[in-house]
Design a protein around this ligand. Structure first.
Ligand code: ATP
Length: 138
């Protein structure tokens, strides 16, 4: 491992989305963005729906949409366990835009609180996907 890198693993219940050496990662933690470099002290942070960005070992900054879960940092390894995670380059942007519009329509209707909260979360996921996809487009 290069002297300025550490391992980043992003895992969902479905798959390992990323397992690679990186120089830097910023995650959308519940309390705000948290940046991790090599040698970071051990920590656990809850994550919210948002965009994770990392500087790969080749120096390129890449993005991912993540929803929920948490991150653990220990011994130069950051493990993100998320409910869903997609790399910016693999996101279907039209699908995310359709999900955004669907959620916005639901939020305009008078619905029970539980559907309102679900629609708000669906909207947050869609916005994070659009942001990550646009950030990784050439
Ligand atoms: P949709 O209404 O479009 O299904 P959703 O927010 O309900 O969106 P999720 O339940 O969060 O979708 O995700 C279901 C699965 O589909 C997960 O594996 C997730 O990674 C994947 N996924 C969701 N939206 C996209 C997208 N726009 N591009 C690529 N994969 C996606």
């Amino acid at each position: 491992m290069a002297e300025n890198t550490f391992m980043l693993e992003v895992v969902t219940p479905e798959r390992v989305v990323l397992s690679d050496e990186v120089q830097f990662v910023v995650v959308p933690a519940a309390e705000g963005e948290v940046g991790i470099l090599r040698g970071h002290a051990p920590m656990v942070a809850g994550l919210k729906i948002g965009v994770l960005r990392y500087t790969a070992k080749d120096g390129v900054v890449r993005h991912m949409a993540v929803s929920g879960g948490f991150m653990e940092v220990i011994d130069n390894e950051a493990i993100v366990l998320a409910e869903t995670a997609e790399r910016g380059t693999e996101i279907d942007i039209l699908r995310a835009k359709a999900a955004k519009e669907r959620a916005e329509r639901r939020l305009q209707q008078r619905t029970e609180e539980i559907s309102f909260t679900r629609a708000q979360m669906a909207l947050q996921r869609a916005l994070a996907r659009i942001k990550a996809a646009e950030a990784d487009r050439p």
